[in-house]
Design a protein around this ligand. Sequence first.
Ligand SMILES: [Zn+2]
Length: 247
Amino acid sequence: MIDQHRTETVTGSAHFAFTDRWGGVSAAPYGELNLGGAVGDDPAAVGANRERAARDLGIDPALVVWMNQVHGRDVAVVDGPWGADAEIPAVDAVVTARRGLPLAVLTADCTPVLLADPVAGVVGAAHAGRPGLVAGVVPAAVEAMIALGAHPSRITAHTGPAVCGRCYEVPEAMRAEVAEAVPGTWSETSWGTPAVDVTGGVHAQLAVLGVTDRHRSPVCTRESGDHFSYRRDRTTGRLAGYVWLDG
Ligand SMILES: [Zn+2]
C-alpha cells in the first residue's frame, strides 16, 4: 500500500523522517509497520519492515544505526553501522559525522529527537522519555554533536509523534519533580489531572542550548490511530525516526 502517513522533511542536505504504523507486514498487535526488535514481534517481520521502511526513504537498510534504548543519557559516537555480530550498546542517543549514515530512534509515546548541522556534516538522534529527559539525554546529544564540530545556531531539530502533555498523566509529585528539573514540562491532562509534557521539555532544553530552528510534530501518539502508543495499547509496535545527510 502507499504510505500516506510517513512524514519526511528535507532541509538542504539533511533528511528527517518519522514513520507511522502503516505499510508493513507485522500482524496484530504490532501491525503493520513495527520497527522495534524487542517488543515480542516476529523478528522476520521486523526485518522485513526495516527493509521496507529504509527502501521507502531511499536509504540502505544495512547502514541504519539502531540503539539499545534504556531511558538513560549515554551517547554513542559512530562512523558506521554496528557489525552483524556486535552487541548494540545501551544508549539513548547516537551521533555521527559521517554523511550518508542514517541514525534511527524507536518510540511509542516517548519523544524521538532528530538533530542535524548540515554545514558541519553532523547529525544526532535521541530517545527522550520522561526519565531520559530528566537525565539530560538531549543536551548530552547536542554536546556530543558540538564535539564533532556542530554549532547550536546551525542545528535543525525535529521532534516526532509522541504522547502529548494533555494525555501523559502522572502523579502530582512526579509532575512537580519533573517540572523542577526541566522547564516547559508542567501540564494537565484533558481530564484535569497532573501531567507531563515531555516534548515541551525537550524544546525548552534545546532552546537553552541555543538551538532555535526547532520543529514539533503535532501528532499525539495516544490520540492517533495511525501511530503506536504504549500508554494506550501496552503491547504494541514501535515507530522510527530517521536522520541522515546526503552522502
Ligand atoms: Zn494527546
